[in-house]
Design a binder for this molecule. Structure first.
Ligand code: ADP
Ligand code: GN1
Ligand code: MG
Length: 356
């Protein structure tokens, strides 16, 4: 038994698991929680140390997840299954907080798009997920992270991190800072649309990157949308945009060689066919018109969040080396720059899909 297993076994044993714990190891590529694979002699589980700096109100977080997963399973939709503690609680509360889910077997997660069809399938699944949530009572949900995708607010946070420059790192990233500052007038269209009612407020996932969906290992169709920490009222443009940000790239989110990083119009089209096909009956004219912009906005927003975290000393996103957040920021800005150049093409793609 590894030291890691020995360290976490007493925690795992606080949950109502089936069988004896035989192994625990780190798992997956998430940036927020510490995710572990727990194996017993009967089955496998996912155990997560919840990032309480990002989610200080763990009661509200787990209440949201229980409501949403119970609602989805009552509709016959495969979703995360929360394993309670032996005391019957939804999670283990203490200095550190932990939760356990059934491991969803025979599935894979992709860190980059290698196949258009798989990306299209994920678009269809996120679109369908949006449709299921349309019937969910939004008033049950707490806002787990306030103003999560309020891009003007994120821009304000970025400017504050820049003004503080607490690590003295701003001098290394002049080009990136200028790129973000020079686009200040492009960040408010969705926030304003939600405020004036011209864009509908929906219940959205808000973190729709490709590794937050489990695809069936045999059919490559989507099995379950996971990482439900940020389900909150929001705009459909956030969900569409964030998937494109991550998946319609020819390289990983943290690729260092920017020559390899391009916005793929082909991947955009594949995802849009899946997603827009699924939400055709509910998408408004203005939402459809803004989909290409939503992708640009989510990419810029993520770029400024990575850079703000780099400037502040990497306290938010998990990093594997110094400069990781700056590398991530650079890929986002490269993609957003190319998206700007391709608005003509991407708008036409959306119009063609809707006309079909
Ligand atoms: P984070 O919030 O840190 O991104 P996630 O909840 O997305 O954490 O989990 C990280 C990774 O763990 C996912 O990308 C996925 O690969 C894997 N994972 C999470 N939950 C499950 C599950 N129930 N079954 C199988 N794999 C899972
Ligand atoms: C985080 O949790 P994860 O790794 O799926 C982040 C997203 C970012 C993403 C960038 C709660 O997602 O908002 O877009 O990293 N989640 C949170 O990869 O901040
Ligand atoms: Mg995740």
């Amino acid at each position: 038994m590894t030291d890691f297993t020995k360290e976490y076994k007493p925690i795992a044993e606080k949950f109502a698991l089936s069988g004896e714990v035989t192994d625990i190891c780190l798992y997956g590529e998430g940036h927020i929680n510490v995710t572990m694979l727990v194996t017993t002699d009967k089955k496998r589980y996912i155990m997560q140390k919840i990032n309480t700096r990002v989610f200080p109100d763990t009661d509200a977080l787990m209440r949201n997840i229980c409501y949403v997963t119970e609602f989805l399973s009552s509709q016959g939709v495969e979703t995360l299954n929360v394993i309670k503690t032996k005391d019957g609680a939804a999670y283990l509360k203490g200095k550190d907080c932990y939760r356990v889910y059934d491991f969803i077997e025979n599935t894979v997660t992709y860190q980059t798009v290698t196949d258009k069809e798989v990306f299209k399938n994920s678009g269809k699944a996120f679109g369908e997920f949006q449709n299921y949530l349309a019937a969910f009572n939004a008033s049950l949900l707490s806002e787990t992270i306030a103003r999560f995708h309020d891009t003007p607010k994120r821009f304000g946070d970025f400017k504050a991190a820049l003004a503080a420059d607490s690590m003295g790192r701003a001098k290394e990233c002049g080009k990136e800072i200028d790129f973000i500052l020079s686009r200040a007038d492009t960040y408010s269209a969705v926030a304003e649309g939600l405020k004036d009612g011209s864009l509908p407020l929906r219940v959205t996932h808000n973190d729709t990157k490709l590794n937050n969906i489990l695809m069936d290992a045999d059919t490559h169709k989507a099995r379950a949308v996971i990482d439900l920490d940020t389900i909150m009222p929001g705009s459909m443009l956030y969900d569409f945009g964030d998937s494109i940000r991550f998946g319609a790239s020819t390289a990983a989110e943290d690729e260092k060689d920017l020559d390899k990083v391009h916005f793929s119009v082909e991947y955009f089209k594949a995802y849009a066919e899946g997603y827009v096909g699924a939400v055709k009956n509910s998408i408004t004219e203005k939402e459809a018109e803004l989909l290409p912009y939503g992708a640009y906005l989510m990419t810029m927003e993520c770029g400024m969040r990575f850079l703000a975290d780099y400037l502040s000393g990497d306290t938010y996103f998990a990093t594997k080396y110094e400069g990781h957040n700056l590398v991530r920021c650079r890929t986002q800005l490269k993609l957003a720059g190319e998206m700007e150049q391709k608005f003509g093409e991407t708008k036409k793609i959306i119009a063609d899909i809707l006309a079909k």
